[in-house]
Design a protein around this ligand. Structure first.
Ligand SMILES: N[C@@H](CCC(=O)N[C@@H](CS)C(=O)NCC(=O)O)C(=O)O
Length: 223
């Protein structure tokens, strides 16, 4: 059995969970909060970051969301999520890197730091100027997504890919933390609603991060 070390609002872990859900791979969740720096976790994740996966029967441990996703893409090729020509696959990887890098740095990490870590672990109020900066950045990312969706149903073509899962994983954390204003982004909303209605997404939408509650529309497929 695979075990996934993660916490509910880790966008990188959410990307892995969506991929495992799409491929129908069974796993159990283990709560891991990287900032607690639990010593034994370094044996599984050398950076101490979530997500990491371990299968003790097979003596396999893999850390880093993209290493994990590509591993399962190779060993479970039946429902491919890295699809199309070499150029399309390159575009898929570019978008994953964009969301893991730019979106996380400009939106996800500031929201997590201000709204989750400060509130739940340090009992401090968020810095309003950091939140405003994250909201401004979100608008630019939504416009970029809208432009990508002008030409096809999913981000890189007419089949769902890892790029959709990566983008939706990061957006879902920002949405949980109240960082997304959906007004004026109908195309992105329709795309995200289609992802939300997939069975792979349901467990994520039902989960809560301690006492931190999402906005009312968060779990609603017809938001
Ligand atoms: N490149 C890594 C990034 C993972 C990452 O940044 N995880 C965050 C939690 S969402 C983390 O563990 N942060 C704590 C740290 O960087 O020390 C991946 O794709 O898995």
């Amino acid at each position: 059995m695979w075990h996934l070390y993660q916490f509910p609002l880790c966008p990188f872990s959410r990307k892995v969970r969506l991929l495992l859900g799409e491929k129908g791979i069974a796993y159990e969740l283990i709560s891991e909060y990287p900032w607690e720096k639990r010593p034994g976790f370094r044996d599984i994740s050398q950076t101490g970051q979530t997500p990491a996966m371990r299968n003790s029967e097979r003596d396999v441990a893999i850390a880093d969301s993209n290493a994990i996703c590509e591993y399962f893409e190779e060993v479970e090729p039946a429902k491919p999520l890295l699809v199309g020509s070499a150029e399309v696959r390159a575009e898929t990887r570019r978008l994953i890197a964009w969301f893991d890098g730019r979106f996380y740095a400009e939106v996800g990490m500031p929201l997590l730091a201000e709204k989750m870590i400060k509130r739940l672990f340090y009992r401090q109020p968020p810095d309003a100027s950091v939140l405003r900066g994250a909201m401004r950045a979100t608008t630019e990312h939504m416009e970029m997504l809208g432009a990508a969706l002008d030409h096809h149903r999913w981000l890189v073509g007419n089949a769902i890919s890892m790029a959709d899962l990566a983008a939706a994983a990061h957006l879902s954390v920002a949405d949980y933390l109240g960082g997304i204003d959906w007004a004026g982004h109908d195309q992105v909303r329709d795309w995200y609603a289609a992802l939300k209605s997939r069975p792979s997404f349901r467990p994520l939408l039902d989960e809560r991060m301690g006492a931190l509650m999402p906005p009312a529309h968060y779990g609603d497929v017809n938001f």
